[in-house]
Design a protein around this ligand. Structure first.
Ligand SMILES: NC(=O)c1ccc[n+]([C@@H]2O[C@H](COP(=O)([O-])OP(=O)(O)OC[C@H]3O[C@@H](n4cnc5c(N)ncnc54)[C@H](O)[C@@H]3O)[C@@H](O)[C@H]2O)c1
Length: 302
């Protein structure tokens, strides 16, 4: 018995890297997997490759059930059809793993409109489009009185959460995905759907040439293996994680990090009890950040 027996999952960008590892792990746990991947190049360029079919073949060889879908996640109608066709073929949809991605890195003063639009389209719009159509399906099912245990698992990144030079487009999309995860969790809780995000670290073509995690394999364990993040995906997809929603989990090799988003750390009320004035703020904002106001030679925070 697998912990996902009888469940049906869609994994976007499931043909390579992290998505492929997630597909194999979900199938091994018993889920039927729809492997979505349009087989694009790293920067979104067209290729003749069909990695989704290769992953389906792998899963079937291992005794699992899978089918391929070759649509782009940024195509609104195609993602709507992906949900509808999955439900038509397998009778249900339980798990959506939004993972597809591309990069077009440049410093923001050199970034073109196309660099920005294409990365936002795949990551942020793509995550929204499939989430939106899946959530409409789950809401309709809940309204019909059917039991729903929907799972959205999004993919954010350290760039979106902490920042990274040269990735304004990618980081904005990944920060947007973290925010979208929280809102999906809030809106869908009453329909029996959870939404969480992972922030993985893995050696894939996307990170080729970058230092990812620790360089040395640790006693046979490769901290950069994309499959390291897949156990967390399977867990989040399972009934055991029904209580957990709106969270971002960073998977770094064998370590799981709980992340907290923006939080209020200090409060500075206005002295008058009314609106904060620029004059007052010249005093209170430095206090808030523990630095001296301009013109005072205390040396604090210099
Ligand atoms: N590798 C890392 O260390 C790392 C770190 C943080 C986040 N991520 C995120 O993990 C996800 C997977 O990255 P990866 O490293 O496995 O990259 P990858 O390039 O190996 O795989 C991405 C897959 O997405 C597919 N894809 C691209 N555009 C698509 C589209 N419009 N529709 C459908 N499929 C599409 C590609 O064909 C490719 O197979 C991405 O969202 C990435 O941003 C990766």
């Amino acid at each position: 018995m697998g912990i996902l027996d009888g469940k049906v999952a869609i994994v976007t960008g499931g043909g390579r890297g992290l998505g492929r590892a997630h597909c194999l792990a979900l199938a091994e746990a018993g889920a039927t997997v729809v492997v979505n991947d349009l087989g694009s190049g790293l920067h979104g360029e067209h290729t003749a490759e069909s990695p989704a079919d290769e992953v389906v073949t792998e899963i079937v060889k291992l005794g699992g059930q899978a089918s391929a879908n070759h649509s782009s996640v940024s195509d609104w109608a195609a993602t709507e059809a992906l949900v509808a066709e999955t439900v038509e073929q397998y009778g249900r949809l339980d798990i959506v793993v939004n993972n597809a991605g591309i990069v077009r890195d440049r410093m923001l003063f050199s970034m073109t409109e196309a660099d920005f639009d294409s990365v936002i389209a795949v990551h942020l719009k793509g995550t929204f489009a499939l989430t939106r159509h899946a959530c409409a399906y789950w809401r309709d099912a809940a309204k019909r009185g059917e039991p729903v245990a929907g799972r959205i698992i999004n993919t954010t990144s350290g760039t979106g959460l902490f920042g990274n030079a040269g990735q304004a487009n990618y980081g904005a999309a990944k920060a947007g995905i973290a925010g979208l995860t929280v809102i999906t969790a809030i809106e869908m809780r009453k329909y029996g759907v959870t939404a969480n995000a992972i922030s993985p670290l893995a050696a894939t073509r996307m990170t080729a040439g970058l230092a990812v995690g620790e360089a040395e394999a640790m006693g046979g364990f490769d901290p950069r293996d994309p499959a390291n993040a897949s156990g967390v995906v399977v867990y989040l997809a399972s009934d055991a994680a029904a209580w957990l929603t709106g969270q971002v989990l960073r998977v770094d090799g064998d370590k799981l990090n709980r992340l907290r988003g923006w939080t209020v750390t200090d409060v500075q009320p206005s002295r008058s009890g009314g609106a904060l004035t620029p004059e007052e703020l010249a005093e209170t904002v430095p206090q808030l950040y523990g630095v001296a106001p301009l013109g005072r030679a205390t040396g604090v925070g210099q």
